[in-house]
Design a binder for this molecule. Structure first.
Ligand code: GCB
Length: 592
């Protein structure tokens, strides 16, 4: 799955902008067959939900339509012509003029549609995209649609962030040569001062392939030919957390001295491994500091925004964070590219969130019916999950910043059926990428005594809220609970342990001299208590606070304008906790 890029043999046109927009209940049954009759227009990229004031659009169940004219550049007569959606959340059907040309399910991974046979160079066509935000037991994440007392269909889901939908990432029209490179995989290693890059180039047709590797100044440091091979880099500069260094590998397909196709990928030379209870990057123990994040912004919803991309990474650096988890779905590719360039370490998570009926049972954790059953996470869910893992690894496998895959967030790993559900998915992920460790984030109901799947994985990632959901406001008891919980995992597994979520909702501006929940002081004290406990365990390999910033959720009695566990507000103002983290992670106090 090569990302569209401008190369000597490939061109691209960005289709972002303002598109016609309508919901299915307000247009003809086959609206793609003509101009979409609608007064509305929607920004792309952006989730559509918060763009309009109309509540019926915001919580629409069913299809919405986006439409715009597209002209194919006149010079593309001898090329293959493709459409690329960086994401359509959660399902899309794509029409060119009157005809359906392709579809895709899965809201956070890209897909291509080959238009070569249906459009012509120089001509304009009508592009209509139907997008559905609906979630069912055949989607990842899962959900279900209920019919309310007034007959309205309502989307229900079991994850704690608003179900934003639409075209939240860029759309491209791009050309590739008829004979082309279809995929590139790199795996890096080093021995002393010599780096190695194992490469594999897949092509649409058998032709001569050659590759060259240039350093950051553009000097070619290694060359090879053939579809697979190993490049050696003398005096290698490694990609390190906080000190990114990228080489560029360019693959070329050649025939009789003519370059038919050319495609570059950035390569960071680094290794990742788990050794006993240590998490190693380049053979050295690594301790994760950082956050679980969200793609979540006012108005744009999950729409990718480069200004926030830059600013969020500035705030990561400001707090001294060296990493984040793409909770709870794969983020835009631009985010990983940026992390590659800036040395931020990423735990790349699938969109498998909410595979847990226990959370419906509230604090008891008792599921109303079994999670791993045909009623909820059954064979169709598992197949969608497998397909999602394939698409995620295909997209992100070459990013040096990605050091671990998180296969799911808070699945019901304590429930019967969990082992059967996860065993084939873990095998699939390991087959697709034998180089990166695997984890999943553990829900609080899944304890060291009852979890059924940890043996399949490399790292224990715990989501724990002692002092918040448990022992609310009582940090003394919370500390004892947390200590016992971590000790239990240490004794059971001997694996590296990461706190992948810990946090307390905080309303900025609310203060107290006592331990009062929702105050800025309490968030600080809550984090301090956690850190005190983490620091007692040599098996601990990291801490990622929940959450980087406040984010939107559905309505809920314990959600005030969304989830407020951010250490930054939704518009990225620091709460007191942000300063406290900066002190711990950077050793800086106050304003320094
Ligand atoms: C969790 C979930 C996360 C929620 C968080 C919370 O365990 O993984 O998605 O937002 O708790 O704040 O309740």
């Amino acid at each position: 799955m090569l990302k569209p890029k401008s190369t000597p043999t490939r061109e691209l046109v960005n289709l972002d902008g303002v598109w016609r927009f309508a919901i299915d209940t307000r247009v003809d049954p086959e609206p793609w067959k003509g101009l979409l009759t609608t007064p509305l227009e929607a920004a792309v990229p952006a989730s559509y939900n918060d763009l309009f004031t109309d509540a019926e659009i915001r919580d629409h169940v069913g299809w919405v339509y986006y439409q715009r004219p597209v002209r194919v550049p006149r010079g593309w007569g001898d090329e293959r012509i493709l459409l690329r959606f960086d994401a359509a959340t959660h399902a899309a059907r794509v029409y060119v003029n009157d005809a359906l040309v392709g579809e895709h399910i899965g809201g956070y991974t890209p897909f291509d549609i080959d238009l070569t046979d249906v459009v012509s160079a120089g001509e304009e066509f009508r592009l209509t995209v139907a997008v559905s935000g609906d979630l069912s037991n055949e989607t990842i994440p899962p959900g279900k649609i209920e019919v309310g007392i007034d007959g309205r269909r309502k989307q229900v889901y079991f994850h704690d962030f608003y179900n934003y939908a639409g075209l939240a990432r860029s759309v491209w029209l791009y050309s590739v040569p008829l004979t082309r490179i279809t995929d590139i995989t790199v795996v890096t290693d080093f021995d002393g001062s010599t780096g190695t890059v194992d490469y594999k180039v897949a092509t649409s047709w058998e032709r001569e392939v050659r590759v060259r590797l240039a350093d950051a100044s553009g000097t070619v440091v290694a060359e090879a030919s053939g579809t697979t091979g190993t490049l050696e880099i003398p005096d290698v500069t490694l990609w390190r957390p906080g000190a990114a260094y990228l080489y560029e590998l360019t693959a070329e397909m050649v025939e009789a001295g003519v370059v038919l196709d050319s495609y570059p990928v950035s390569v960071g030379v680094r290794t990742v491994a788990v050794r006993g209870h240590e998490f190693l990057i380049n053979g050295e123990p690594f301790y994760f500091t950082g956050f679980g994040k969200h793609e979540d912004l006012a108005i744009r919803g999950k729409g990718h925004d480069n200004a926030f991309l830059v600013h969020d990474f500035q705030l990561l650096e400001w707090t001294g964070a060296n990493s984040f988890r793409t909770s709870h779905y794969p983020y835009a590719e631009e985010v990983l590219d940026f992390a590659d360039r800036h040395g931020i370490v990423v735990i790349d998570e699938t969109a498998a969130v909410g595979l847990n009926m226990g959370v419906v049972g509230g604090m008891s954790g008792t599921p109303p019916f079994p999670t791993f059953s045909e009623q909820y996470a059954g064979a169709a869910t598992q197949a969608a999950h497998a397909q999602h893992i394939r698409e995620l690894i295909a997209r992100d496998k070459n990013h040096p910043s990605v050091v671990m895959w998180s296969i799911a967030n808070e699945p019901a790993s304590n429930e019967e059926g969990a082992l059967e559900y996860f065993t084939p998915l873990v095998a699939l992920a390991r087959e697709l990428d034998p180089t990166r460790p695997l984890t999943y984030s553990l829900v609080m109901f899944a304890t060291f005594q009852n979890d059924l799947i940890i043996d399949l994985f490399d790292v224990v990632s715990m989501n724990r809220y002692y002092g918040w959901y448990v022992a609310t406001g009582d940090l003394k008891s919370a500390e004892l609970y947390l200590q016992g919980d971590i000790q239990g995992w240490v004794d059971r597994t001997g694996k590296p342990i990461l706190m992948s979520e810990y946090g307390a909702d905080t309303q900025p501006g609310v203060h107290s001299v006592w331990d009062q929940v929702w105050t800025e002081e309490y968030q600080v004290h809550y984090l301090e208590m956690n850190h005190r406990v983490f620091d007692r365990f040599p098996q601990f390999v990291g801490e990622q606070v929940w959450n980087f910033a406040d984010f939107a959720t559905t309505n809920g009695l314990h959600r005030v304008e969304g989830n407020k566990k951010g250490v930054f507000t939704r518009d990225r103002k620091p709460k007191a906790a942000a300063w406290a983290l900066r002190k711990r992670w950077r050793g800086l106090d106050g304003r320094k």
